[in-house]
Design a protein around this ligand. Structure first.
Ligand code: ATP
Ligand code: MG
Length: 342
């Protein structure tokens, strides 16, 4: 277990500033998930922490030690890539022991480390096989196994499961969670997958154009998003955002929303507001504050629940429900102030 601190990290490629004054503090044993749109700098950050990429400005501390100028193999950090990066001509055992051999570690010790890691990942029976004789999920286990044998203070995972099919991905997700519980080692994990972010993380970092939009627990991010960007980024289907123009403010604390005069006791409105409504928080009856009759555009049936698509204010609006809904029209209602953005 370790503490990691990044202080005022900056990175540009030519004139393209990718990371701008990035600051974060990670506590002992924490599992951090990094999410953000493609190109926002996630891989660049991991590569700087691992030492594969230099930093322009700022400091990286591991266990309060400045590591900016340490070569990758001396940092005590192991990285697992999306592409696995296994050596095709070596068998699993050789792939997992290669790094240790290079560090001139005793043969018996290497053997123990490889076998322990193989046992943890349940790949003991695959040690003689070459990567081409393995499934995607097995290859990913080998790549993780290779990282474990290094006994690192910190694991970096860059979209490790994105090449796997849905079933294998959820299986491996649970395996990674168990692994973290067992080893207790800090993990920084990049993903585009909502479910991975919510289920694996102690804390989620939402990155946008090299800046942190929010850093907090999955519950904080889901329940109290800092802004519309974060609100729309986490949650599936994504949060509906309704713009309520200031012409709808009939009185400083009363707003006319779809012909419902809704009173807000603790607010004074003067300008346009944005109301966020998660699809899963909408009722398909009229028991909540804001009531609307909608025309149903499409229903996606997912078996245990349905996603209903409609159009409100000229924009797509999504409702998630396990109730049966008429295929043409429905009553819906939602709470007035779960998420308000100004
Ligand atoms: N070696 C490089 N030279 C020049 N530009 C680079 C280099 N590496 C990355 N970039 C640029 O830096 C930005 C951030 O790239 P990065 O790979 O960190 O994004 P990412 O958040 O990991 O995206 P993705 O989700 O698509 O993997 C991009 O605009 C990318 O084009
Ligand atoms: Mg990337």
């Amino acid at each position: 277990m370790a503490t990691i601190e990044l202080k005022n990290i900056e990175k540009s490629f030519g004139s393209n500033k990718v990371i701008n004054k990035f600051n974060i503090k990670i506590n002992h044993g924490e599992f951090i998930v990094l999410v953000g749109p493609s190109g926002c700098g996630k891989s660049t950050l991991l590569r700087m922490i691992s030492g594969l990429e230099s930093v322009d400005e700022g400091e990286i501390h591991l266990d309060k030690k400045l590591i900016n100028n340490l070569i990758p193999s001396k940092r005590g950090i192991a990285m697992v890539f999306q592409s696995y990066a296994l050596y095709p001509h070596m068998n699993v055992y050789e792939n997992m022991s290669f790094g240790l051999k290079n560090e001139k570690i005793d043969k018996n010790e290497i053997d123990k480390k490889v076998k322990d890691a193989a046992k943890t990942l349940q790949i003991e029976n695959l040690l003689e096989r070459k990567p081409r004789q393995l499934s995607g999920g097995q290859r990913q286990r080998v790549a993780i196994g290779r990282a474990i044998t290094r006994n690192p203070k910190l694991f970096l995972f860059d979209e490790p499961l994105s090449n796997l099919d849905a079933a294998l991905r959820s299986e491996m997700r649970v395996e990674i969670s168990k692994l973290h519980k067992k080893l207790g080692t800090n993990i920084i994990y990049v993903t585009h997958d909502q479910v991975e972010a919510m289920t694996l993380a102690d804390k989620i970092v939402i990155l946008n154009e090299g800046l942190i939009e929010q850093y907090g627990s999955p519950d904080q991010i889901y329940n109290n998003p800092n802004n519309i960007f974060v609100a729309e980024f986490i949650g599936s289907p994504k949060m509906n955002i309704l713009k309520i123009g200031k012409d709808k403010i009939t009185n400083q604390n009363i707003i006319n929303i779809f012909n419902n005069k809704i009173k807000f006791d603790n607010y004074k409105f003067s300008d346009d507001i944005f109301m966020g409504i998660r699809p899963e928080h909408i009722k398909t009856d009229d028991s909540s504050d804001v009531k609307v009759d909608i025309k149903v555009d499409i229903i996606e049936n997912l078996g245990f629940e349905k996603i209903i698509y409609t159009t409100l204010n000229g924009k797509e609006f999504r409702i998630k429900t396990s109730n049966n809904v008429n295929k043409d029209h429905s009553k819906i209602s939602f709470s007035k102030k779960k998420y308000l953005f100004f």
